[in-house]
Design a protein around this ligand. Structure first.
Ligand SMILES: Cc1cc2nc3c(=O)[nH]c(=O)nc-3n(C[C@H](O)[C@H](O)[C@H](O)COP(=O)(O)OP(=O)(O)OC[C@H]3O[C@@H](n4cnc5c(N)ncnc54)[C@H](O)[C@@H]3O)c2cc1C
Length: 417
């Protein structure tokens, strides 16, 4: 495939390192450790391309899907991890290949606004916000960030805005987050596209199946992301060359021995000690109201809250954003993200904070789960490029945090075969 074709298929993902073993394509049997979205996508893509290849997904838990699951109760529907995808053709291709076109919809165009809460006041967040920080300061810090390995706090010259963005994406504060990892196009990490970015964007736009997403939109799946994972698992179960085995792998070496393959035939789609194996934790709450109780809350995507004195770091307007229903008729659903280092562990303090920001007496208030998020310390992506790996590594721990990265990465891995 030519460089240009690859950029049209994968876009800015081409900046991110693909951590693969050069002998991977010689495998006659493939072991994929981890059955999260990443492991499942790799199995699905490679199995379809190479029906002659035996593929085993070695997953430590009873269920596949990893961090993705959707909580449902009496008409309320709320995702615990990712709830929607930003525009990227690889995600559209996956939805198309899984025949989920009819349940895949773009977000509500009137619920685009994002806010940031600073000193008790909500400010609308956009690219203009960054310019308001001072275009010269911003320009200088972007330029400096191109040396690589800096923290987001050094890229975005306003601590509250930088923290809010990092908390919203990786549940961490900006001095602890690698700028290259979160914003590789801004820091110009990796290689540059072989033609002007505006021309490339146009070419990429022409490749979307199903529908071409509009700028600033996200897209989601009816009944939550669990629908995607369930369909992926169900399609995989019909592929004769793929099987799922339950078990915890302790290292690529041991799992390779277990299945009598070289380590180069292992795709590790789970956390590993090649990264720092540090995590932050957060709890996720669902809170619901009758429409009239939250008349004063503008329709939107959500609010980021950098203030560490508040237990809630983000409020997502779940029922405003998605095309499919997330709340019983006449109600609105919000999802609350609660980092553990900011919280005393009492549900009541989350409730008090949410009531002060939204409205009192919710008809629903429930903690729906907890999740751990890998830490991406400054220099993370540079470290990934310098690996000389004993096997192939995929998934959100390594070169990209979002589902679009994970899904696109699986396509790039399948192209190696
Ligand atoms: C709260 C939250 C919000 C998010 N929001 C968004 C969002 O808005 N947009 C977006 O694009 N993305 C979002 N994400 C990220 C997205 O969910 C991830 O990118 C994606 O689901 C990661 O999939 P994965 O397969 O790489 O990892 P995981 O889902 O972590 O899967 C890893 C799998 O490996 C298994 N495993 C682990 N260790 C072993 C072992 N030793 N042996 C065998 N199996 C093992 C685990 O059980 C698991 O099934 C969010 C994530 C969270 C937690």
């Amino acid at each position: 495939m030519s460089d240009l074709e690859s950029w049209i298929l994968h876009g800015e993902e081409m900046r991110r390192p693909l951590i693969f073993h050069p002998e991977l394509k010689k495998s006659s049997k493939l072991i994929i450790v981890g059955g999260g979205l990443s492991g499942l996508c790799c199995a699905y893509r490679v199995a379809k391309k190479r029906p002659d290849l035996e593929i085993i997904i070695h997953e430590k838990t009873k269920n596949v899907g990893g961090v993705i699951s959707t909580w449902k109760s009496d008409g309320w529907v709320c995702d615990l991890a990712v709830n929607a995808a930003r525009p990227h053709p690889a995600f559209w291709r996956l939805v198309d290949d899984l025949d989920l076109q009819s349940v895949f919809k773009t977000s509500n165009p009137v619920a685009k606004s994002r806010w940031i809460l600073i000193d008790g006041k909500r400010h609308r967040l956009s690219w203009r916000t960054l310019f308001k920080l001072g275009p010269v300061r911003l320009y200088n810090s972007i330029k400096k960030s191109r040396t690589g390995g800096l923290a987001v706090s050094e890229l975005i010259p306003n601590k509250q805005v930088a923290d809010a963005m990092c908390l919203g994406i990786v549940n961490d504060t900006s001095e602890n987050v690698d700028a290259d990892f979160l914003f590789p196009s801004m820091t110009r990490f990796g290689s540059n596209p072989p033609l002007k970015r505006s021309k490339l964007k146009k070419l990429i736009h022409g490749t979307y199946p199903i529908f071409t997403p509009k700028r600033g939109t996200i897209s989601s799946i009816e009944n939550g992301m669990q629908t995607l994972v369930d369909k992926l698992a169900s399609d995989i179960s019909t592929l004769p060359n793929v099987s799922i085995v339950q078990g915890e792998a302790t290292s690529p070496e041991i799992v390779a021995k277990l299945y009598d393959v070289p380590q180069s035939s292992v795709i590790w789609a789970a956390p590993s000690s090649i990264i720092s194996e540090q995590y932050t934790s957060l709890s996720i709450f669902a809170i619901g109201f009758k429409n009239e109780q939250v008349d004063g809350v503008e329709l939107g995507y959500g609010t980021l809250i950098p203030n560490p004195e508040m237990p809630i770091s983000g409020i997502l307007h779940e029922s405003d954003v998605h095309d499919s229903s997330r709340a019983p008729s006449g109600h609105r659903l919000f999802r609350l993200m609660v980092p553990h280092w900011r919280w005393d562990g009492e549900n009541e303090s989350v409730r008090r904070c949410a009531e002060s920001l939204l409205s009192s007496n919710p008809v629903l208030f429930e903690k729906i789960g907890e999740r751990k998020i890998p830490r991406y310390l400054p220099g993370h992506l540079q470290k990934m490029t310098q690996l000389n790996p004993e096997c192939t590594y995929v998934g959100w721990c390594y070169s990209g945090v979002s589902v679009t990265h994970v899904v696109d990465q699986a396509e790039r891995i399948s192209e190696l075969f």
